[in-house]
Design a protein around this ligand. Structure first.
Ligand SMILES: Nc1ncnc2c1ncn2[C@@H]1O[C@H](COP(=O)(O)OP(=O)(O)OP(=O)(O)O)[C@@H](O)[C@H]1O
Ligand SMILES: [Mg+2]
Length: 305
């Protein structure tokens, strides 16, 4: 079912008075309150190029990825487009139900399991490997919204598959986590998807990529993880994670990917206003999804059993 593009109009007066020091990350962002919702929303303003005022596609990327993720079974934070003080933005509804829920980020979990883990590294991290992630979340179940008995690691394999599909390179150790409530813990839904779908490219480059197949293939192959050790391609990383998952998880994720039809994303694309997302960006997104889906399916087939 297509989802409506329905921006929240927000400004300084909506800021959450009790905003804790939640300033992790890099961009301009704020927690706000909206009427008739007991949960906070994190508003992130899309970056603007000072040279010519071009707004990056982080807003449409974050909104679209949540729907693409949903269609392959990956649970995500709920995202709405927004304007903050008139600037293009997205708003992500808190995954925490109340103050008893706490989000523990990957870096904290990795450090708890591996005392030498260096949490301060922002780029490629020698300790950030799939086996370490698996060990750090051993015994923790996937999110309850998954309605499937997958472990946290089985579920992360799906998040990495989704990252590879949408060319999302930003799965660093603070871009996933576990929700803790008292003695209970489970993997948090996936969040922070704005750095995907070629959001940062200019339309002239997108057009060149669409018209030159070789250039396009080179571009997708440069889709590597910026954070996992060895900076593997997103496709290789996802296939390795699936290889380390349970057979049930592998079957589930690969079935969902194989059923996924990139052309159907056009329904979502039709809902994004034309002053927010250009025609060439739309064509680029569909072509990217098609190519990455095929790369994942072929790579998985070719991987040793
Ligand atoms: N829906 C949400 N519910 C609860 N916490 C959230 C949610 N979205 C984001 N956060 C918290 O806010 C932090 C920053 O958000 P997010 O990762 O989306 O922003 P960012 O600026 O894109 O970060 P970066 O680019 O550095 O990864 C997250 O690491 C997480 O702790
Ligand atoms: Mg982040």
């Amino acid at each position: 079912m297509p989802h409506r593009w329905d921006p929240l109009q927000l400004g300084e007066s909506d800021l959450d008075e009790h905003d804790p020091e939640e300033q992790m990350g890099s961009k301009e962002k704020n927690w706000v309150r909206i009427e008739s919702d007991d949960r906070r929303w994190l508003v992130k303003v899309a970056r603007v190029d000072d040279r010519d005022g071009t707004v990056s596609g982080e807003d449409w990327a974050e909104w679209l990825v949540q729907h693409i993720a949903g269609s392959i079974g990956v649970p995500t934070a709920l995202v709405r487009p927004a304007f903050f003080e008139g600037h293009r933005a997205t708003a992500s509804r808190s995954m925490l139900r109340d103050e008893l829920d706490r989000l523990i980020h990957g870096n904290e979990l990795l450090s708890a399991r591996f005392p030498d883990y260096d949490q301060s590294i922002r780029g490629e991290n020698p300790g950030y490997k799939l086996s370490a992630v698996r060990d750090a979340i051993d015994g923790i179940p996937g999110p309850p919204d998954l309605h499937l008995p997958l472990t946290a690691f089985d579920t992360i394999a799906g998040y990495l598959m989704c990252d590879a599909l949408v060319a999302g390179r930003d799965r660093h150790h603070e871009n996933w986590g576990v929700i803790r409530r008292g003695d209970e813990r489970w993997l948090a839904p996936s969040f922070d998807h704005g750095n995907a779908l070629g959001f940062q490219e200019r339309d002239t480059r997108r057009l060149n990529l669409l018209t030159d197949r070789e250039f396009f293939e080179r571009w997708v192959r440069r889709g590597t993880s910026q954070h996992f050790v060895g900076r593997p391609t997103l496709v290789d990383l996802a296939i390795a994670a699936l290889g380390m998952s349970s057979p049930a998880a592998r079957g589930f994720w690969m079935d969902r990917l194989s059923d996924f039809q990139p052309e159907n994303v056009s329904d979502q694309l039709d809902n994004v206003p034309h002053d927010v997302m250009s025609e060439v960006s739309r064509r680029f997104v569909v072509s990217l999804l098609d190519t990455n889906r095929r790369r994942l399916l072929d790579g998985y087939q070719a991987a040793p059993a």
